[in-house]
Design a protein around this ligand. Structure first.
Ligand code: MTE
Length: 314
């Protein structure tokens, strides 16, 4: 926001108040390469969102500091280190952005992000998030139920699953441009239709009251707080309704370690580590907690899995 101006020959101190100027200096110092590449206008800052409260929230837990939420990330398209997404995702162009909605729907089409966001209120929802790597955060998301988008496009009776796909753009996503990419791209994910329609299932467009930082999956990402974090596919460009269980990236990469369901379950260990406890990010390495069944969201989702063997359907 502060650095749209391309009059770089005019000292910025002459055209902006000093506080903004100092901010701009800090931003520009970190983005010299982008400036050289002519990508300056893409380093947009977060914009404040207009949001409404939600009745669904996890109360009583301290929020994970915003700095941790936005600097300790998994977004392999930008690199595999936790710090890579924050360092490399600034180059992602998130506007214009369209999401193709297709398959078994009444109103398929290419929907702009503005159209998608404008159709219903953006809620504040604090969710406890649990990564399969046994760390957790508490994140104040801003978003809307996936169900409201699906109802709008009209799900046909034969649909049983929802498939999601992330952007492929090697020019802006360095791992997609690598000769040894970490994953098979595009990143894909899926939910059973009843999971997708559950009122916990959120399409997030922001966090901490501002538009999503690129490293967290701008401009649109999935949030399913009772599942391990890898289900939360980022930077979504396609949502398809299907009658077959869709492939999912981590299941393709290592089927014995990552299942389709990925429900948080302290009793079903990962083949290489225990899932009984987790490290809460933000409070140092000593903050270990018991992991809760369905990450504490059983009241909302346990019915979805009644009668299923959750060790088999991991
Ligand atoms: N989406 C895409 N496209 N690429 C990824 O590498 N990583 C997943 C998920 N969504 C990933 C992704 C994993 S493993 C996790 S834990 C969460 O994003 C992390 O989300 P966060 O960085 O916002 O905490």
């Amino acid at each position: 926001m502060l650095i749209r101006d391309n009059r770089l020959d005019i000292p910025s101190s002459e055209i902006t108040p000093q506080s903004l100027y100092l901010n701009r200096r800090a931003l520009m110092a970190g983005s010299a390469g982008l400036i050289a590449a002519g990508l300056l206008s893409r380093v947009a800052g977060a914009a404040a969102l207009t949001t409404v409260p939600s009745d669904i929230t996890t109360t009583g837990e301290e929020l994970t500091p915003k700095d941790d939420v936005t600097s300790y990330n998994n977004f392999y398209e930008f690199g595999t280190d936790k710090s890579d997404p924050a360092e490399n995702a600034g180059s992602l162009t998130t506007s214009p952005w369209t999401v193709k909605i297709d398959g078994l729907v009444d109103k398929p089409g290419d929907y702009t992000i503005e159209d998608i966001m404008g159709a219903q209120p953006i809620e504040d929802r604090v969710y406890r998030m649990r990564c399969v790597e046994a760390w957790s955060m508490v994140i104040p998301w801003n978003g809307f139920p996936l169900a409201s988008l699906l109802n709008r496009v009209g799900v046909q009776p034969s649909a049983k699953y929802v498939a999601f796909e992330t952007l492929v753009r090697p020019s802006e996503m360095p791992d997609q441009d690598s000769s040894f990419p970490a994953l098979a791209y595009p990143y894909v994910e899926g939910l059973r239709l009843d999971e997708a329609m559950n009122r916990l299932t959120l399409l997030a467009v922001g966090l901490y009251g501002e538009t999503l930082p690129n490293q967290n999956g701008a401009p649109l990402r999935l949030v399913t707080p009772w599942k391990y974090g890898f289900k939360g596919i980022k930077s979504i460009v396609r949502i398809s309704l299907t009658d077959k269980q869709p492939p999912t990236t981590w299941n393709i990469m290592a089927a014995n370690e990552y299942g389709f369901y990925a429900n948080v379950n302290p009793k079903v260990d990962h083949p290489r580590w225990s899932q009984a406890t987790e490290r809460r990010i933000g409070n140092g390495f000593s903050d270990r907690r018991e992991t809760l069944m369905f990450n504490g969201y059983g009241d909302f989702v346990a019915d979805l899995y009644a009668g299923m063997d959750l060790a088999q359907n991991y």
